[in-house]
Design a protein around this ligand. Structure first.
Ligand SMILES: O=C(O)CCC(=O)C(=O)O
Length: 284
């Protein structure tokens, strides 16, 4: 008998980390957590208008970039980065006549405005704060993040707007083909890179996603380590995430990650990654 895979992800109220880890199977599959952000200061404060009024003068790098595959197997970012005042960026992002606005994505806003971190209240899923990372996302309608998986568990918290997520489990590793030389924390699929991939309308290798969902404001998507995803902003959005490792995850994954550290590759790759993401090394 053919089993039709679910195309939607179970929604459930956010639970304390102890209950999450104690419930068999939860850590291994995507979940949409509801109602977990109502007490976050960010949920009340972080509107486009608030960023414009309160932090409008801050200058941050905005990306008009796509990932491409170079002949040597490395991933490059193609496009441009423009440093913009938050006020100008928000105005452009919300104006229908100025479509195609870039993506304010990464760690810059949290570095430029460290107090933003006080508005975020992720539960303590991590074993240690050292084993975490966070990004900030402000995106216009149409912003598209190409197919990749992350080497960490991920909670993506939607504060404003909506994003469509297409998701494949690690069972698809063989067909979705990771790049030969990967970034350390995020691993791209060869199939969704320029010049042949990178178009939202086309599934990589015509493989339909296992899950295709819209994440709404107030919801958090939990995505375990290694799950492939591509993301389209369907309504101007503000979001933040938490990437984390636990000791059991480290023990399971160390046999894959540690040899590359030992070989010195990690540092090399990290430097390469930093160069490519820090706005200094783009092909236009
Ligand atoms: O929201 C996006 O555009 C990308 C999000 C993502 O890839 C992630 O949280 O891992």
């Amino acid at each position: 008998m053919n089993v039709i895979p679910p195309t939607t992800i179970e929604r459930m109220p956010l639970m304390p980390p102890e209950e999450f880890y104690a419930t068999p199977g939860l850590e291994e599959r995507p979940i949409i957590f509801t109602g977990g952000m109502e007490h976050w200061p960010a949920r009340q404060k972080w509107t486009f208008e608030w960023f414009k009024q309160t932090h409008g003068h801050i200058e941050a790098p905005v990306e008009w970039l796509k990932f491409g595959l170079k002949p040597d197997g490395w991933v490059e970012r193609v496009g441009r980065v423009e440093v913009m005042k938050v006020r100008d960026y928000v105005e452009a992002l919300l104006s229908p006549s100025r479509a195609g606005q870039g993506y304010l994505i990464g760690k810059d806003m949290l570095r430029l405005l460290p107090s933003l971190k006080d508005d975020i209240r992720f539960p303590a899923f991590q074993t240690s704060d050292k084993m975490t990372d966070r990004l900030f996302f402000m995106s216009p309608q149409g912003a598209f993040t190409q197919l990749h998986y992350d080497r960490a568990h991920n909670l993506h918290a939607m504060l404003v707007g909506r994003k469509r997520w297409q998701i494949w489990s690690p069972r698809y590793d063989q067909v979705l083909k990771q790049v030969p030389h990967e970034f350390v924390w995020s691993v791209q699929s060869v199939l969704d890179l320029l010049p042949h991939g990178g178009k939202w309308e086309t599934f990589p290798a015509n493989i339909a996603p296992e899950y295709d969902i819209v994440l709404e404001a107030g919801e958090m998507l939990y995505l375990p380590y290694g799950w492939w995803h591509r993301v389209l902003t369907v309504e101007p959005s503000i979001a933040t995430n938490l990437w984390w490792w636990t000791w059991p995850l480290f023990v399971r994954r160390a046999p894959i990650v540690v040899p590359s550290v030992v070989a010195g590759n990690l540092l090399k790759r990290f430097k390469r990654y930093e160069r490519h993401t820090a706005g200094r090394d783009y092909r236009s």
